[in-house]
Design a protein around this ligand. Structure first.
Ligand code: GN1
Ligand code: MG
Length: 354
């Protein structure tokens, strides 16, 4: 992406700022994200949404704008500057929508950069786990009166276990012998866990668990903290759509409690931190417990196991498919991510009653 092109795109948005420089922020696996520094603050985040993954980008943008506005209304007692650090602020394009589509058909959106904020890829501090729990619990709490049915399902069946199993089976059928051999080491595990990993989905389908607005990608790197480790804001709301509380609880635990990064290849470093599990859960429940049923609360440990598993399955599937979905840096990157997640499940199960 040339600098000229980025400036051109940035200037299609309705702001009064002048571009000064940019940096690519490369932690996401799907979209392209740039920090735009300007002559005078504020700075901005400019993002190209991957329209191969997200088929209805205007619907996705509307989802996140509506949810941000809803949260802003709920927090309207806060001073404006504080509010801008608690919830994402989207900038409209000059043509009036909240996105710009360039000549190549790519969709772009812009939001305010929340300065003096930090993200964590690995959590090393219990306070961060606790604050992370408060942030995602609060997100669910603040959106609990938002009508989930108005949201576009940006990726249908995103956390649907049967769908992910079907994709895995298809990938196995079509994979190269070489990749199949490597993935087969995990086949027994996948089969062994199959029934258990459908429990939450079945409860959802039988109407035993409530459908609500969920974030669906609550990995800890999608939470901003201030320099004192206090939680500020949940970011990356691309996948906001109807879901169950377990998706958000589980995906956060998947990343907070992993003592290593998601793609760490030294599996000795990958263990499940139970202390952080408890800290996250405490913060989470402080914010949202009153909205949850006892069944939802009772099944939270299973949510963690289920979300770790579904990511393992998706990484393994993408490996079998020759890495068509996630960005990868080397040929076995997705396989390594899958191994990492399977190790995390083993470590969790060896320490917790789940
Ligand atoms: C993807 O692009 P990113 O990093 O926000 C993925 C999530 C996975 C995550 C794993 C739309 O999120 O579901 O949990 O990678 N998002 C999509 O790190 O598939
Ligand atoms: Mg995401």
């Amino acid at each position: 992406m040339t600098q000229e092109k980025l400036i051109y795109i940035f200037n299609h948005f309705d702001h009064a700022s002048k571009y000064s420089s940019h940096k690519e922020l490369a932690s996401g696996h799907i979209n392209d994200t740039f920090l735009i520094e300007t002559k005078e603050e504020p700075f901005y985040i400019l993002q190209r949404i991957n329209h191969n993954v997200f088929k209805d980008v205007p619907g996705l943008i509307l989802n996140k704008v509506l949810v941000s506005k809803h949260i802003k209304n709920k927090l309207s007692h806060l001073p404006e500057e504080a509010l801008k650090r608690r919830v994402l602020t989207f900038i409209p394009a000059k043509h009036g929508e909240y996105y710009y589509r360039d000549e190549d058909g790519n969709f772009w959106n812009v939001m305010l950069y929340i300065k003096e904020s930090v993200t964590h890829e690995i959590v090393t501090n219990k306070e961060v786990a606790y604050e992370g729990g408060k942030l995602s619990g609060d997100f669910l709490n603040l959106t609990s009166d938002f009508d989930a049915s108005v949201l576009t399902e940006v990726i249908p069946k995103f956390h649907d276990m049967s769908f992910r199993f079907w994709q895995f089976d298809e990938a196995l059928k079509n994979a190269s012998e070489e990749r199949k051999e490597k993935a087969k080491l995990y086949l027994d595990k996948v089969i062994e866990l199959k029934e258990e990993m459908h429990i939450l989905q079945n409860l959802k389908e039988f109407g035993e668990i409530k459908i609500r607005v969920t974030h669906n990608d609550t990995k800890i790197s999608n939470a901003l903290f201030d320099k004192d480790n206090k939680g500020l804001c949940i970011i990356d709301t691309d996948t906001v759509m109807p879901g169950i509380v377990h998706y958000d609880f589980g995906d956060a635990i998947r990343t907070i409690c992993n003592t290593a990064a998601e793609d760490e290849t030294n599996l000795d470093l990958v263990t499940f931190n139970v202390e952080f599990y408890e800290a996250y859960k405490k913060g989470f429940l402080e914010k949202v417990e009153s909205a949850l049923t006892s069944l939802e609360i009772k099944t939270l440990p299973l949510a963690a196991k289920t979300m770790i598993f579904i990511m393992a399955l998706r990484f393994l599937t993408d490996f079998l498919n020759n890495d068509v979905y996630y960005k990868t840096k080397y040929p076995e990157h997705n396989l390594d991510r899958a191994k990492n997640q399977f190790k995390l499940i083993d470590s969790m199960v060896s320490q917790m009653d789940v």
